[in-house]
Design a protein around this ligand. Structure first.
Ligand code: GLC
Length: 501
């Protein structure tokens, strides 16, 4: 029996909510979000209507890259709770019908990991990538990708110097990660978000790039250390492991691939289930650009039998309210994304319409990416969620200051307000369950997009700042802006039950 014949395929159209644990909710009032905070707010997530949550790394870590520097893959950092808290969270989420995906960080460990500590003492160095001479590769966070150790050798770190890259040519590394995956699968997780899934395999001989262009985080750059064909062998073996567990556990690739076609290779039938569509995330608020990326993404994913996986924001990029320039556009973008066939990721706070915080005081910003460029830090998208309108927004001493004017954006303020962003997301998540079928584009005026799916579902998007004449023969069921007869409101998306030509 093949896995597809036994599967529920729950993930193919799931809405998966990214919990940036540090900033979501604080269960022990120490100013840093934690697993108890997530447990306390499962009701909120169930009410929002998400199918699953993805928890960013909560493992033992010195937190140089806020948990993406893992020192112990099988334990919970005391800042976030205990292993018992993780188990309780998984069980309680399951009890409420919410699946739980955890992050796995296989490209590198923390320099505090026992293996790297041994390596520094000259023991089992071949678990990492040590060389007598560095090459010309640069760290994604800036500066050389090599750091010299006391005895003169250099080790590779594509990210921070405290994140040494593992050597995936070493079978011990492969075995260790299979064991780590089993550990969490046995605890009950429904899958993994695979960090830097395109980076684990480095090319033979580590060739120089020959130029010093800085590689962008979540970019399309073609560089020798990313998207090597041999990385797929790892994903194939992980897929076998996932499939050996009951309940359809999934893998989602964080892969920065140069094109949608290269990205589709990560979701071939015997590889991972999903891959974040960063081509969609990186698209401008422009009808032509979006239509092109949507069409190409659907076609390439479909060519390997996979769904597309849409995403507008995450903990590494400027929030899309700010990227697109207004909350009207963010409302419209959300309804566009949620009307597309496939799975969608929602980053905590986007359902509140949180903007990027651009004026954080320099002394509170600790993101290592700021090493490269003080303006490029990712702190501004990681500001804690405002739960209440007053009293510190439900946080005592939040680890990053929450802007003084976020009261109106809080869950408390938006809950029950039919015009709020939160209500829009709730309605959209409920309604999208009634929508199915492939996407069909329809001709529409310049600057607009119109597509339909099955059963008379039509989505109209006006990406211009002006109203556009476009009569729809049907009933608007949800709209990001007040619906006008015969016209599409500026920067708006509307869902219709309609007749289409
Ligand atoms: C991924 C994470 C990012 C982290 C990097 C290194 O891109 O999303 O936050 O800094 O990997 O682990």
């Amino acid at each position: 029996m093949t896995h597809s014949s036994t599967s529920t395929r729950w993930w193919r159209d799931a809405v998966i909510y990214q919990v940036y644990v540090r900033s979501f909710a604080d269960g022990d009032a120490d100013g840093v979000g934690d697993l108890k905070g997530v447990r306390d707010h499962l009701g909120y997530l169930a009410d929002l209507g998400v199918d699953a949550i993805w928890l960013t790394p909560f493992y033992t870590s010195p937190m140089a890259d806020f948990g993406y520097d893992v020192a112990d893959y099988r334990d919970v950092d005391p800042l976030f709770g205990t292993l018992a808290d993780a188990k309780a969270l998984i069980d309680e989420a399951h009890g409420m019908g919410i699946r739980v995906i955890v992050d796995v960080v296989p490209n590198h460990t923390s320099s505090a990991h026992a293996w790297f500590q041994e390596a520094l003492r000259g023991v089992n160095r071949d678990r990492y990538i040590f060389r007598d001479e560095p090459n010309d590769w640069e760290s994604i966070f800036g500066g050389s990708a090599w750091t010299q150790v006391e005895d003169g050798q250099w080790y590779l770190h594509l990210f921070d110097s405290s994140q040494p890259d593992l050597n995936w040519d070493n079978p011990e590394v492969r075995a260790e990660f299979e064991s780590i995956l089993r550990f969490w699968l046995d605890l009950g997780v429904d899958g993994f978000r695979v960090d830097v899934a395109h980076g684990m395999i480095k090319p033979e001989g580590l060739p120089d790039i020959g130029h010093a262009d800085q590689v962008r985080l979540i970019g399309n750059d073609v560089v020798p250390y990313f998207d090597n064909d041999a990385v797929h062998e790892i994903h194939r073996s992980w897929r076998k492991l996932l499939d050996s567990y009951p309940g359809e556990r999934i893998g989602v690739a964080e892969a920065w691939a140069p094109t949608p076609a290269r990205l589709a290779r990560y979701v071939r039938e015997d590889e991972l289930h999903q891959a974040f569509n960063f081509h969609f995330l990186n698209a401008r608020w422009d009808a032509g650009a979006l239509r092109e990326v949507i069409t190409e993404s659907l076609a390439t994913a479909d060519s390997v039998g996979a769904p597309s996986t849409w995403v507008l924001s995450n903990h590494d990029v400027k929030r899309h309210v700010t990227r697109f320039g207004s909350s009207e556009r963010a409302r419209a973008a959300a309804l566009l994304m949620l009307a597309l066939p496939g799975s969608a990721y929602v980053y905590n706070g986007e359902e509140l319409g949180l903007p990027e915080v651009l004026d954080l005081p320099a002394e509170v910003c600790l993101d290592p990416q700021r090493l490269r460029d003080p303006d490029s830090g990712r702190d501004g998208c990681r500001v804690p969620m405002p739960w209440t309108s007053s009293d510190g927004y439900g946080w005592r001493r939040p680890w990053l200051p929450v802007p003084g004017d976020w009261g109106g954006l809080s869950v408390e303020a938006q809950d029950g307000d039919p015009g709020s962003m939160l209500s829009l997301y709730k309605q959209a998540l409920r309604l999208r369950r009634t929508v199915s079928g492939e996407l069909r584009w329809h001709d529409s005026p310049a600057g607009t997009l119109v597509f339909s799916r099955d059963d008379g579902f039509v989505c109209t998007v006006n990406l211009t700042g002006d109203p556009v004449d476009y009569p729809v023969d049907g009933r608007a069921v949800l709209s990001s802006a007040p619906v006008e007869e015969g016209r599409l409101a500026p920067d708006s998306t509307t869902w219709w039950r309609a007749k289409v030509a």
